[in-house]
Structure formats: C-alpha cells, structure tokens
Design a protein around this ligand. Structure first.
Ligand code: ADP
Ligand code: MG
Length: 206
C-alpha cells in the first residue's frame, strides 16, 4: 500500500510532539558541545510547521514538504534550521505533485533530503553531525526497498539503522558546526542533531 498525504501529515504531527517532549534532552546534549539551543530550535520550528499545516492539508505531498522546509528555514536559527529546511525543500521538489508515495518515491524523497543536508553543510559521514544518522538510515531504506519490502517494513529497517547510529556519534571528533570549536573535547558526547534526526525517523513509524 502506498503512503498517502495523511501518512505524511501524521508523521509531521508526531515529529512536532516528540520534539516538544524531547526539547530539554536535545538542549542538554547541545549544552555539552554547543550553545544549548537545539531543543528550543527544533521545538520552535515544528510548532510553526504545525501552525502552517492546515493551509496545505489538501495539497500534494511535495507542496506539504516544501511548506515545512520554508517554515523551518524562516523560523529556526542556528545551523539546524537551514539544514533541516533544505532537507524538506529538496524532498518536496523530488516529490512534486505526488498524491501518494510508492516505496521508490520514499527512497527518492529521503535521498534528496540527505543529499541536500550534506551539500548545504558540506558534511560527510564521520564528522559527528546529523549526517552520521542520515547516511546509514538512507542506506538501510534503499536496501530494504531494493529487497522488495513494503513501506512499513522498510521504515522499520530504516529506523533500526538510525537508532543504532546515534550512540556511534559519542566517540567521534566533531569537525563541523559549533561542536568542532571544542576539538578533542567534543569526544565523549552524543551529537544533538544526530539525536533529532533519529527522532524524526522514528516518528515515521505510525
Ligand atoms: P547551532 O549549532 O547553530 O546552535 P543547532 O544547535 O540547532 O544549531 O544544531 C546543531 C546540530 O547541527 C549539530 O548537532 C549537528 O548535528 C548539526 N550540524 C551543525 N553543523 C553541521 C554541518 N555543517 N553539517 C551537518 N550538520 C551540522
Ligand atoms: Mg546549538
């Protein structure tokens, strides 16, 4: 069964809920290696996303995702706003005019999002950022879809890869973003953006 608009809207609502619940935890992670605002940033951004959803709730999936991207770019300060904003704008462009998503569309949307973040942030895997969750998550999703899994099955495979990747950021040395200013002292802390990416992916499971 394809994923429809309601699946996408449900994901966005669950994302806003979990980012609100985890606001303090994300900010605490950012306090250790950044400037203690990641939870506030994400909660503020997704609060505005939810406010804007009624205006596009009958539109195609591409339009909904582009609206999310614009909301994040315009309301979230810091590095994560433009990065997540770009991800949603790129996914929206990749899925323009789609009323429903087949497994291949899901791969195309997630791939466009991850590529957008990597280009915008000039980041590769291994630099202690959200990319360290998104790259293995995308690879797992691609593998599952190529193996013929349904969307719900493929989302579970992607989620498992994302959750497993989060603690792997702890021993990494940050070479991108604010955490890189700490040099060796960034080692031993979980990356906040990797954590929020894993929350967003987990929220895809309905
Ligand atoms: P800021 O660092 O500007 O305060 P946030 O605290 O909201 O912004 O977000 C920090 C997160 O953004 C980091 O934990 C990291 O995952 C991610 N990040 C920062 N810089 C980059 C980058 N160049 N590429 C990818 N992700 C990045
Ligand atoms: Mg910060």
């Amino acid at each position: 069964m394809p994923a429809d608009r309601e699946c996408v809207l449900g994901w966005l609502r669950r994302s806003a809920d979990v980012l609100h619940q985890q606001r303090q935890a994300l900010t605490d992670l950012d306090a250790a290696i950044g400037d203690a605002d990641h939870g506030t940033n994400m909660d503020r951004g997704f609060t505005v996303v939810i406010e804007r959803l009624p205006g596009v709730a009958d539109k195609d999936i591409g339009t909904i995702l582009k609206t999310v991207g614009m909301a994040l770019v315009s309301t979230v300060g810091g590095a994560s706003g433009p990065l997540y904003g770009t991800a949603f704008l790129r996914a929206g462009a990749a899925l323009a005019d789609k009323e429903e998503l087949q497994p291949d569309d899901l791969v195309a949307g997630v791939a466009a999002a991850v590529e957008g973040i990597m280009q915008r942030g000039r980041a590769q895997a291994g630099e202690k950022t959200m990319v360290d969750v998104l790259v293995p998550a995308l690879a797992a999703l691609q593998g599952a879809v190529q193996a013929g899994k349904t969307i719900p099955e493929a989302l579970r495979v992607m989620d498992a890869a994302a959750q497993a990747a989060v603690p792997l950021t702890i021993p990494m040395l940050a070479t991108k973003g604010r955490a890189s200013y700490l040099g060796e002292r960034s080692i031993g802390h979980q990356d906040p953006g990797a954590t929020s990416s894993a929350l967003l992916i987990h929220a895809m499971i309905g």
